[in-house]
Design a protein around this ligand. Structure first.
Ligand code: HEC
Ligand code: HEC
Ligand code: HEC
Ligand code: HEC
Ligand code: HEC
Length: 282
């Protein structure tokens, strides 16, 4: 296989500590709010189909018992406790194979090494494999320049380049900068300003999410007759926020910021009817 930038990258970073509570609260606030974007949110949540991990899972059972110093065992240790592990996503969801078969040969039917172009975890196949569940992220990613580069030259990042394959992480803004620099730097000459722009954009995205959540809480507590107007603005803010988040995986950072800015405007406008001396509504 030709050398790719992907292969030149350093070992995956350890899983990021991330503000899960923010996400959880953001979801809860949305649920309480009014559900305009329920459909969008649902479409960005992983579409975990049937077959939850009940019954036989020979992959985990056997790999768990492989000698601790072997390469394979290390892979399992990476996975254990990851977001996928906790959500019940099993090895075969990404690798294929038959988790009901106890013998390795049978269980490995269809499981191919990542270096094999027919493997579900070959770097070019990864967007499809991950995107089977993360449909919204896949849809956005397929429109990106990164995806084109991945398909044509192999020199674009895929889902795993950024998230890690097994100990799936989500990068925080300062980590994003460090990470994007692995390809976007003056030495390689690939758009070296992007890491800084990405870090700023991601920070803006996260701050806007907090602002929109506050706006929702204020709107809910706004007395009638102003409440309806506040709610309408908040719904606009929530929609724009969802669009900003959805645009992230296109890596059109300008578009992410412009939706985030629109969300901020609406979140601020939703507070206007409440401000003392304000003429009420806009
Ligand atoms: C009975 C033990 C056993 C079972 C069951 C088993 N494996 Fe393995 N697996 C191994 C061993 C040992 C290796 C090391 C390479 C080899 O001998 O094939 C391995 C290798 C692998 C590899 C690396 C392939 C490569 O060639 O680079 C993957 C991926 C993998 N297993 C996934 C799975 C999945 C997915 C399942 C369940 C569907 C599974 N394994 C079930 C023992 C097992
Ligand atoms: C969320 C998807 C996902 C899950 C779940 C997952 N893996 Fe992987 N795994 C990958 C990807 C993608 C790669 C290849 C990319 C890379 O080189 O890191 C990989 C690489 C591997 C490798 C290295 C061999 C090779 O072909 O390069 C082994 C071994 C492995 N996985 C075993 C497992 C086992 C065992 C489980 C369950 C305990 C598991 N994986 C669960 C996505 C997954
Ligand atoms: C079988 C379905 C399935 C597959 C395949 C799958 N995932 Fe997931 N993924 C999930 C579920 C379920 C969760 C946990 C639910 C959640 O927190 O959003 C999750 C969580 C995540 C998260 C963390 C999201 C968060 O908000 O914390 C990332 C990142 C992620 N997956 C990336 C990947 C990547 C990269 C691949 C491919 C290597 C992949 N997933 C393959 C179902 C899947
Ligand atoms: C160039 C790096 C990069 C690539 C490539 C990438 N992501 Fe992400 N992804 C991120 C960053 C950074 C975040 C965090 C965004 C945030 O905090 O809102 C993220 C967030 C996520 C999340 C959490 C939910 C969300 O949308 O915020 C999931 C799930 C996810 N990505 C899956 C994927 C999948 C599937 C692919 C491949 C189709 C992929 N990502 C490709 C960088 C990347
Ligand atoms: C594996 C290498 C790699 C990594 C990692 C990577 N990129 Fe890229 N990126 C590329 C390549 C290659 C291009 C195409 C450059 C060109 O066409 O000259 C590109 C282009 C871009 C573009 C321009 C897209 C457009 O539509 O014009 C943006 C924005 C971008 N990357 C953002 C990021 C961000 C943000 C990160 C980190 C989360 C990141 N990249 C990580 C390789 C990478």
């Amino acid at each position: 296989m030709a050398h790719t930038l992907v292969n030149l990258l350093p070992e995956p970073l350890p899983p990021a500590g991330r503000p899960r509570t923010l996400r959880a609260r953001w979801r809860r606030a949305l649920a309480a709010a009014g559900l305009l974007v329920l459909a969008m949110l649902v479409s960005s949540a992983p579409a975990l189909a049937a077959e939850p991990a009940v019954g036989m899972d020979s992959c985990t059972t056997c790999h768990n018992q492989l000698p601790a110093n072997s390469k394979m065992a290390g892979r399992h240790a990476d996975f254990a406790g990851s977001v996928h592990d906790r959500a019940g996503v099993r090895c075969n969801a990404c690798h294929g194979g038959d988790p009901a078969a106890a013998v390795a040969d049978k269980a490995h039917k269809g499981v191919l090494p990542a270096s094999d172009a027919r493997s579900r975890v070959h770097f070019k196949a990864i967007p499809e494999t991950c995107g089977g569940c993360h449909t919204a992220q896949k849809r956005a990613f397929l429109t990106s320049h990164h995806y084109q580069k991945l398909e044509t030259t192999g020199k674009g990042p895929n889902c795993v380049t950024c998230h890690g394959s097994m100990a799936t992480r989500v990068l925080a803004p300062d980590q994003v900068r460090e990470f994007c620099i692995t390809c976007h730097n003056p030495r390689l000459g690939v758009l070296p300003e992007k890491p800084y722009e990405a870090a700023t954009t991601l920070t803006l995205l996260r701050q806007t999410a907090v602002l929109v959540k506050w706006a929702e809480e204020f709107a809910a507590a706004t007395p009638e007759p102003q409440r309806a107007a506040a709610h309408a603005e908040v719904e606009r803010a929530v929609t724009e926020m969802a669009m900003a988040r959805g645009a992230w995986h296109t890596f059109n950072l300008e578009q992410v910021r412009s939706h985030a800015d629109a969300a901020t405007q609406s979140a601020i406008a939703s507070r206007k009817p409440q401000l003392p001396g304000s003429p009420g509504g806009r």
